[in-house]
Ligand binder design. Structure first.
Ligand code: AMP
Length: 548
């Protein structure tokens, strides 16, 4: 470390730790009257949110939760979850957002590994908890959250009901100041092998991520802005990387927020319309489900801005969304990175570009957001030229990256080799700082000594009019080592054969986009493509299930 001049503060100077309570306090400054809505069930404003967060802290205190304890939550996207997003870390405890879509064994593993002290659960997850109860180290308490007031049968003991406990609790609570490096949240991410790994984020990290997120969505001359006059509805589960941290950004800005509960297409579309939602984010699968819903054609979606992340945005899907008037762009990040690292960038005036040119920009992985130092490197960590062509791994530094996996020394070291967080994503970067991911390292298809990008192939195949969804993986080939193999879901009532798709791809060979050996020799047409617990294409399962 370079020696610099550091001057001592005067005795009573306040160092102002960056704590999550600052975000909630700021929600009262500009538009406290804005509403926070839960399905068609409840609505209140930011004064109420602040009051309910204080009540919830009292509920937690009465149940014996102290600073440093971990609080597990199994819940859909609700205002209750938003309250927990604030109350738990603000009292100094750690919020463990449990991924209820994992297998029961994995849920059990994560809850025991996290050393949870209490569980807040939606009624719907009681059967899951019952199944793992005997091996679960958290014996009590368990707080039940239910929309209908329904209660579990007597063999499942709970300590109280969320709304009843809230009613009894005082709305006075003085949230303390503490070290900004205290852990605020944690959750688990599944890899290709081994048990799920826990990432964790501190108050300082979440506050900086929130500020940078607000800046990138509000400060630049680009499409898909997110400002205080927007109406926000997440469609990325709150258990997964805090719904990409956007509820914290939304609360800082004091925007109207809409929580859809369990994702049901009809409810999502209804809320979009009735609550006049203008800003959301989701994985491509969800957008695909919504834009291919038959009712969507009758709905005006021209005020809806959507950030797609978690996986590449296929060109075909981007086009379909733009045709419906949706302002769609790509964001990039991962569980380990809080998550936002880059957002693609298209000037307002560039909206006049023709649709194919727009799609080319909107589907890029994006430009790193403020405070993110991201580069593409070779195996020796040498930075590759920004020529839009050289491909290597994305490595990153920023103030909000998990500093380790919880209780996983070896895997933590691998993540941070050479002082950079290794994403495992292969990309190129151009002279304008646009990154373009071509694959996960493990998904790159190596054929006859060449690398083929499975994502690029998926993007091209997705543009065929008969293709609804597509996944491409490498399959073993004695001669070429690997060959691309495509799994395709066709649009309802549409017809296409492998030969049709090969002929379609030939056009991209002729115009130099891909090499001829990139055309898959094998296509399979299926009803559905295997997906992960967060709705992404599951290439691990494809390889296992299709024995490729
Ligand atoms: P997760 O930790 O489950 O959120 O997954 C993170 C991974 O999703 C990244 O490492 C990428 O492989 C992938 N991913 C996220 N965003 C994008 C994107 N915009 N384009 C391509 N892949 C993405």
């Amino acid at each position: 470390m370079t020696k610099t001049k550091i001057l001592p503060p005067t005795d009573e100077a306040f160092a102002y730790p960056l704590l999550i309570k600052r975000i909630l306090n700021d929600s009262l400054k500009y538009h406290p009257e804005n509403e926070i809505v839960y399905r068609d069930i409840s609505r209140y404003n930011y004064f109420d949110l602040n009051k309910r967060v204080r009540k919830l802290a009292n509920v937690l205190r009465v149940l014996g939760i102290k600073a440093g304890d971990t609080v597990a939550v199994l819940e859909y996207d609700s205002t209750r979850y938003l309250e927990l997003f604030f109350a738990v870390p603000m009292m100094g405890a750690v919020l463990h957002t449990v991924n209820y879509r994992l297998s029961p064994d994995q849920v059990l593993y994560t809850m025991n590994h996290a050393e949870d002290k209490i569980v807040f659960t939606n009624m719907d997850f009681i059967p899951l908890l019952k199944g793992i109860k005997k091996k679960l180290k958290v014996k009590a308490p368990c707080v039940l959250m239910s929309d209908t007031g329904s209660r579990p049968d007597q063999d499942f003991v709970i300590s109280g009901y969320y709304e009843e406990l809230m009613k009894q609790a005082s709305d006075q609570y003085d949230f303390p100041d503490f070290d900004e490096n205290s852990v605020a949240t944690m959750f688990y991410t599944t890899g290709t092998t081994g048990n799920p790994k826990a990432v964790y984020f501190t108050h300082r990290q979440l506050v900086l991520h929130t500020l940078s997120g607000a800046l990138v969505f509000g400060g630049y001359d680009s499409v898909c802005r997110f400002r205080s006059n927007d109406v926000y509805m997440p469609i990325t589960p709150m258990f997964h990387v805090h719904a990409w941290g956007v509820p914290y950004i939304a609360t800082l800005l004091g925007v109207k927020q809409v929580y859809p509960g369990r994702y049901e297409p009809e409810m999502l579309l209804r809320l979009l319309l009735t609550e006049k939602v203008t800003f959301s984010h989701c994985v491509p699968t969800i957008l695909h489900m919504l834009v291919s819903s038959p009712v969507v054609k009758a709905i005006d979606l021209s005020h809806w801005k959507v950030v797609i992340g978690g996986a590449a945005l296929p060109a075909g899907l981007a086009k379909a969304a733009l045709d419906l008037g949706i302002d769609v762009i790509t964001g990039y990040g991962m569980s380990e990175t809080c998550p936002i690292l880059s957002i693609t960038y298209l000037n307002e005036k560039d909206k006049d570009m023709d649709i194919d040119q727009q799609v080319a920009v909107r589907t890029k992985t994006g430009v790193p957001i403020p405070l993110v130092d991201m580069k593409v490197v070779d195996e020796q960590l040498n930075e590759l030229p920004k020529d839009g062509d050289s491909v290597g791994e994305i490595v990153v530094r920023s103030p909000w990256l998990t500093q380790a996996y919880f209780k996983e020394e070896e895997r933590s070291k691998e993540l941070w080799v050479g002082g950079y967080l290794h994403t495992g994503d292969v990309a190129s970067v151009d002279e304008k700082n646009f990154f373009k991911i071509t694959d996960r390292i493990k998904d790159v298809i190596k054929t006859g000594g060449e690398w083929i990008s499975s994502l690029e192939l998926e993007g091209l195949i997705s543009q065929h009019e008969a293709v609804a969804e597509v996944a491409v993986v490498g399959i073993h080939d004695d001669r070429w080592s690997e060959r691309p193999y495509a799994l395709v879901v066709l649009v309802e009532d549409a017809k296409a054969t492998a030969a049709d798709l090969q002929k379609f791809l030939k056009k991209f060979v002729d115009n130099g986009t891909i090499n001829k050996w990139a055309i898959p020799s094998q296509f399979d047409f299926v009803e559905a493509i295997p997906k992960t617990s967060v709705g992404k294409i599951d290439k691990k399962r494809i390889r296992a299930e299709y024995k490729v």
